[in-house]
Write a protein that binds this ligand. Structure first.
Ligand SMILES: NC(=O)c1ccc[n+]([C@@H]2O[C@H](COP(=O)([O-])OP(=O)(O)OC[C@H]3O[C@@H](n4cnc5c(N)ncnc54)[C@H](O)[C@@H]3O)[C@@H](O)[C@H]2O)c1
Length: 372
């Protein structure tokens, strides 16, 4: 098979959500030359000739518990200003093709299947997709709604871990773009250790935490002690609704706070709050208020306001990660990939500051290039 003919699957858990729909429509738009690859780090010079699968070679499918067709989902996102006007029509064929590859997710209330049965059913869907399309490999990417962190004595696995187990069973590299448990379930410890597959997580770093991972090292390097770091987020959309559940928000905020603790060496005073404001749709406003000390104890404050479109921030990173994991798998790399910490709030090791993470990512690109 020529390199040109090799195709790669991208299997989204949460395939009808805002992030997955934006990534699917965005990939089609960029591949067709309708838009530049803004925000895609893998399209910048350090990644040239690293053997990443071209955007034109990606084939999309996934699981979701909703049945709203992708073209309709894309229309809703365009009406909210997330996708450009006219884009859903321009890429309707690609959205319809991807929509036909979305299988019912689970477990829905009343589902009597055991964890083992659910894992087997999900894995069979992914294997069937890979086989039918003659794909070299399929990368499974979790972009489903954030779930509450499971309790210590839960005998059942959370849905994110059932899907993660299914990915391993189907022999697929796995990315957890959400704060949900995924592969980090104690039930999956042995399966993860023996899987021989590359994987990366967890929780995409797209807005407030991205800014924190740049600003926190500044205070450290300028020897300015941070006394308190508080944050508030207003957002709507499906993510806003899911994070209105305090247990789901706690899972998210742990990652945001971890970035500060890892960089500053200690967790400063202050909390992060997330408010669901449905009228804002997929748009987010994040405020940070940072109290720090200056020379001779002078007290100072830095405040930041971040206003962004969540899915437009996340989608290029999701495409980057799918390509990087596919290439890692092809190059025979296995286990957690700390080189991809650049993308995550709660990464699998590696440095905590964004510029150090970027340097590690560029080194990784060089390694992938040499492995060709
Ligand atoms: N957008 C960002 O900037 C960003 C950053 C980091 C992490 N994330 C995470 O990405 C995820 C997706 O965000 P979104 O804005 O697309 O949310 P969304 O609510 O629009 O989409 C989530 C999708 O997951 C589906 N889903 C829920 N339970 C499922 C299950 N058991 N099986 C299969 N599908 C299921 C829902 O039906 C929905 O279609 C969230 O967990 C969010 O926290 C997003």
């Amino acid at each position: 098979m020529t390199a040109h003919a090799v195709r790669t699957g991208v299997w989204f858990i949460g395939a009808r959500g805002s992030v997955a729909t934006t990534a699917t429509a965005g990939c089609a738009a960029v591949a067709a030359g309708l838009h530049p690859p803004t925000g895609m780090v893998t399209e910048t010079p350090p990644f040239t000739d690293t053997g990443l699968p071209p955007l034109t070679s990606l084939v999309f499918g996934g699981h979701d518990t909703l049945d709203c067709p992708l073209p309709k989902r894309a229309e809703v996102l365009a009406a909210g200003g997330v996708l450009p006007y006219g884009l859903p029509t321009a890429v309707e064929a690609e959205l319809t093709t991807a929509d036909a590859e979305i299988r019912p997710g689970g477990p829905l209330p009343g589902d009597t299947r055991t964890d083992e049965e659910l894992i087997g059913a999900f894995a069979a869907d992914i294997e069937d997709f890979t086989r039918r399309h003659g794909l070299a490999r399929t990368v499974v990417v979790n972009v489903a709604s954030t779930e509450p962190a499971p309790g210590d004595d839960d005998s059942r696995m959370p849905a994110s871990s059932l899907y993660a187990a299914a990915a391993l069973r189907a022999g697929c590299p796995y990315v957890n773009f959400t704060p949900s448990t995924g592969l980090r379930s104690p039930h999956l410890k042995d399966a993860v250790e023996s899987c021989g597959l590359p994987h990366a997580g967890r929780d995409g770093k797209t807005g407030q935490t991205l800014l924190r991972s740049v600003l926190a090292p500044m205070f450290v390097h300028r020897a300015l002690p941070v006394r308190a770091w508080s944050g508030t987020n207003l957002l709507g959309g499906g993510d806003g609704a899911a994070l209105a559940d305090p247990a789901a928000a706690a899972a998210k905020n742990a990652g945001k706070e971890r970035v500060l603790a890892d960089t500053l060496g200690t967790a400063p005073e202050g909390e992060v709050h997330i408010d669901d404001v449905p009228a804002m749709g997929d748009w987010k406003t994040a405020w940070d208020h940072i109290a720090f000390d200056g020379f001779l104890g002078s007290r100072m404050i830095l405040q930041t306001i971040w206003q962004g479109c969540d899915s437009a921030l996340a989608a290029p990173l999701v495409l980057d990660l799918a390509r990087l994991l596919a290439r890692s798998h092809e190059a025979g790399l296995t286990g957690p990939r700390p080189e991809l910490g650049f993308y995550f709030k709660d990464p699998d090791g590696g440095p905590a500051a964004l510029f150090d993470q970027y340097a590690a990512l560029v080194d990784f690109a060089e390694r992938l290039r040499e492995a060709r």
